[in-house]
Design a protein around this ligand. Structure first.
Ligand SMILES: [Zn+2]
Length: 241
């Protein structure tokens, strides 16, 4: 076991408690009413970065929610630099959505923590922070570390392009990793080499507000599925198939 792994193991309970603290903050970026909570989560992460010993820690405002950027360059200028991206904002969550326990009160069951953001993506953020802490605290970091956490991933990361362009120099790195993925098994970390983007469209078709009698209206009033089928030749083909 490496010194950093041993450090992480012996601090497991504190790391776990810290994750729960972060999970308690409802940093819902899609709801303006939670703007202050998103900022509170950013401040929490920045405080932890300072405590860990990052040389530069900055909360950088964007049009919406801030980016937290921490830099630790202690491996020296000849060592490679790794930049890790993650996000600390979450989607809304209400008990009425079908939660068994309050989404912003982390609950442990069968060795798992249930809370909004426990998977996507605060556990990932915490894994990066605590990996950095373990390497820095034991003096075994083989590379320089830059951690960039944004607060608008769940609102489509609209500010990210502008941010990256504006901070090009500061974000220089030899390797960039995204820590917003999943693991197929708790013993099997995954490394994804590429992801497809998302392309979508929304098509709305209005129809009668109630069922209409086929004998009286059939043939003259189209129901929405008929209208959709007629509007798209490829749709017709697929439906026919
Ligand atoms: Zn995510």
């Amino acid at each position: 076991m490496t010194a950093a792994s041993a450090y992480a193991q012996s601090n497991f309970n504190r790391f776990s408690d810290q994750l729960k603290e972060l999970l308690c903050i409802p940093s819902i970026s899609t709801l303006p009413a939670h703007h202050a909570d998103v900022e509170r989560a950013a401040a929490w992460i920045a405080d932890d970065m300072r405590r860990i010993g990052f040389h530069t820690v900055e909360i950088i405002p964007t049009k919406w929610h801030p980016v937290v950027l921490g830099e630790w360059m202690g491996a020296g200028k000849d060592a490679p630099t790794v930049l890790v991206y993650g996000h600390y904002d979450v989607q809304p969550a209400e008990m009425a959505d079908g939660w068994h326990t309050p989404p912003f009160e982390p609950t442990e069951k069968d060795g798992k923590i249930f809370a909004r953001g426990a998977i996507d993506s605060k556990s990932n953020v915490m894994a990066q922070l605590k990996a950095a802490e373990s390497l820095i605290a034991t003096g075994t970091a083989p590379c320089n570390i830059k951690l960039l956490f944004e607060g608008d991933e769940e609102t489509t990361s609209e500010n990210m392009n502008t941010f990256v362009t504006a901070h090009r120099e500061r974000l220089q790195a030899d390797v960039v990793a995204i820590c917003d993925g999943s693991m197929s098994d708790r013993e099997q970390p995954d490394l994804a080499y590429g992801l497809r983007g998302v392309v979508c469209m929304e098509l709305e078709v209005w129809g009668p507000k109630q069922d209409v009698h086929s004998g009286h209206y059939g043939g003259t009033v189209h129901n929405p599925i008929q209208a959709l089928r007629r509007s798209s030749p490829s749709c017709t083909t697929r439906m026919a198939a």
